[in-house]
Write a protein that binds this ligand. Structure first.
Ligand code: ATP
Length: 572
């Protein structure tokens, strides 16, 4: 396949607004791609070069891109800038500037050149590589290559759409669960597509966990009482719930890789964990999961989450690690010496986990006990809260580790606040308002937020949010949103409300609210006969959640459950 052909598919994908049509075009594209092309097609369609956990970034700013465009074409930088101002899109700017035909390069060749740009360190060398790449492309092709490089492809294609399209290529929707499972075990859609192309359904059925490919994380449902935990799970494991940073740790001999909650590479951030895993865990190959937390060694108290997360921004991680030593509370074992543990029941995984850990300062098993008594659960919960923990987690004893899904195998019970919902809600920003009065001078007065609907892979609006941020945060937020602004509603956003500026659904924030109400204005949970759900008195309680992808926002189904929980509580 040539890069021009791929660009033509991108062009078609850009024109449509229906997700069904999108899956059809993608099916056609994936059918045409050969085995050595399909992984690259998948990554590029998602606007990236590799799955996020590989940490490959272009490191090309708009300014650098314009410089390369100018040098490749001989058009002055000022003119490139002027055209960019007029078009508002660097891809179209490149198309407007490039007058040559291009060399009709293959998709694989362009992909390799793109990878080379990303891997080149020095700015000068990067520009040279960019110039070289641009010279080989026609204006039409450059439009898409440039958008990929600066991270603005925005075809609106998400992982779920690719999975749909892949199952369509097998001519059978029934196969979707197998493809999803393979994806959940490796988090790499390019790899899944390639295996499917090479080995058909058998290869997907036999798909195995590999150390170095993160497993999509199992998530917890929530309830509002200890009683409900016991009602649902009967005899179950109760663990402390730590408010830290979730890590998935992969060890292969003396090589350790660490991934975050949203599967980004974190190894460099946690040298102390790497050291402890190499030193204390005797097994050759293992995948563990735990919550990392900064602890005050003198008092044994946990530092607030903010302190733990700080090391993300600190210049010298090593120094910071010394000042705020971490403890990793390990709560699951997913793989051991070539064996897939995700399919084993919790209790067996836990047994093996406890045998594996030597309980050193850095690595500890999470606190756990087994019970079927509501009273014992309540007592442990109260105790956890007084010790400054977030709450408790309950786990079904015979349940496997359900990668990539949220269900009642794990249940969280958190501290709740009077006069507000039992839990905070994670929402995605889909647009913003200019604001009135004092806010108008900031250029942003409120945002429109949405929750996720996995069945259609869309975002449904649930509220406007106008409070909770400081003035400084509003300014920072506006800057971030302006970088991802769109001139129309994103195809995956379902909204009856209008906004002043639409943005790509990318950023997640956490909000609190007094309650959930029914409202005809919002699309979350709305059907032809019934109104949607909305938040009453919402306020932001976090800035952008860097650890969450848009698809990690709460789902419509969870909102409906929270609504029902709240009704039950108010009746009692
Ligand atoms: P989620 O991760 O479920 O989307 P969230 O990020 O908002 O939700 P919470 O609602 O606070 O987090 O609860 C789930 C998180 O709790 C897990 O993702 C994990 O990071 C953390 N956690 C802390 N202690 C444990 C434990 N013992 N077992 C499992 N998870 C734990």
């Amino acid at each position: 396949m040539t890069f021009r052909e791929l660009s033509e598919y991108f062009y078609r994908l850009e024109q449509i607004t229906s997700r069904l049509e999108m899956a059809d075009i993608l099916r056609d594209l994936l059918e045409r791609a050969k085995a050595e092309e399909i992984d690259k097609v998948v990554y590029l369609t998602l606007g990236e070069l590799m799955p996020a956990f590989r940490g490959v970034e272009f490191g090309v700013s708009e300014k650098l891109m314009m410089e390369a465009l100018s040098k490749a074409s001989g058009v002055k930088v000022k003119q490139v800038e002027a055209l960019y101002k007029q078009k508002g899109d660097l891809g179209e700017t490149a198309q407007g500037i490039i007058s040559w035909q291009g060399r009709g390069l293959s998709l694989v060749r362009v992909y390799e050149e793109l990878l080379d740009v990303a891997r080149t360190r020095g700015t000068l060398d990067k520009v040279m590589k960019l110039i070289n790449l641009l010279k080989g492309l026609s204006g039409f092709e450059a439009k898409y290559a440039v958008r990929v490089i600066i991270g603005r492809l925005r075809l609106g294609v998400g992982d779920a759409t690719i999975i749909d399209a892949l199952s369509l290529t097998m001519g059978d929707k029934e196969l979707k669960p197998y493809i999803e499972r393979a994806y959940n075990l490796c988090s790499d859609l390019g790899l899944v597509a390639k295996r499917l192309k090479e080995g058909g359904l058998d290869a997907i059925r036999e798909f195995k966990i590999q150390v170095g490919y993160p497993i999509r994380m199992a998530l917890a449902e929530r309830v509002s009482s200890a009683e409900e935990i016991i009602q649902r799970l009967r005899r179950c494991a109760i663990e402390a719930k730590y408010d830290g940073f979730r890590l998935q740790v992969h060890k292969d001999g003396s090589k350790v890789e660490i991934y975050s909650r949203n599967l980004e590479p974190m190894t460099e951030m946690f040298p102390d964990v790497v050291k402890a895993v190499i030193g204390d865990i005797k097994a050759q190959s293992v995948i563990l999961e735990g919550e990392a937390l900064a602890v005050n060694e003198e008092t044994g108290e946990f530092y607030p989450f903010q302190v733990t997360i700080q090391r993300k921004r600190k210049y010298s991680v090593e120094e910071y690690a010394k000042e705020y030593p971490l403890r990793l509370f390990v709560f699951d074992l997913l793989y051991l010496e070539g064996e897939d543990y995700t399919v084993k029941p919790y209790i067996e995984r836990r047994r093996a986990l406890e045998e594996l850990l030597t309980h050193t300062n850095t690595l500890r098993a999470s606190e756990m006990f087994i019970t079927d008594s509501v009273k014992e659960v309540e007592a442990f919960f109260e105790d956890a809260i007084t010790r400054g923990l977030e709450g408790i987690m309950a786990k079904r004893l015979d349940a496997p580790y359900t990668a990539g899904s949220r269900n009642f195998n794990w249940i969280k019970l958190k501290r709740s606040y009077r006069g507000s919902l039992a839990d905070t809600i994670d929402v995605v920003i889909v647009g913003y308002y200019y604001g009135r009065g004092a806010r108008a001078k900031l250029g942003i007065g409120g945002i429109l937020v949405a929750v996720y609907e996995p069945s259609t892979d869309t975002f449904k609006t649930i509220s406007k949010v106008g409070s909770g941020f400081t003035e400084e945060e509003w300014v920072r937020l506006k800057e971030m949103l302006d970088k991802i602004r769109l001139d129309h509603r994103h195809p995956r956003v379902d909204s009856l409300m209008d906004v002043d500026v639409w943005v790509e659904p990318r950023y997640v924030i956490t909000v609190n609210a007094d309650e959930i109400t029914r409202s005809p204005l919002h699309t979350a949970g709305r059907t032809l006969e019934e109104p949607g759900y909305a938040l009453r008195f919402p306020r932001a309680v976090s800035f952008i959640r860097e650890d969450k992808n848009p698809e990690d926002a709460n789902t419509v189904e969870e909102i409906i459950r929270l609504y029902q929980l709240q009704k039950r509580v108010s009746v009692e």
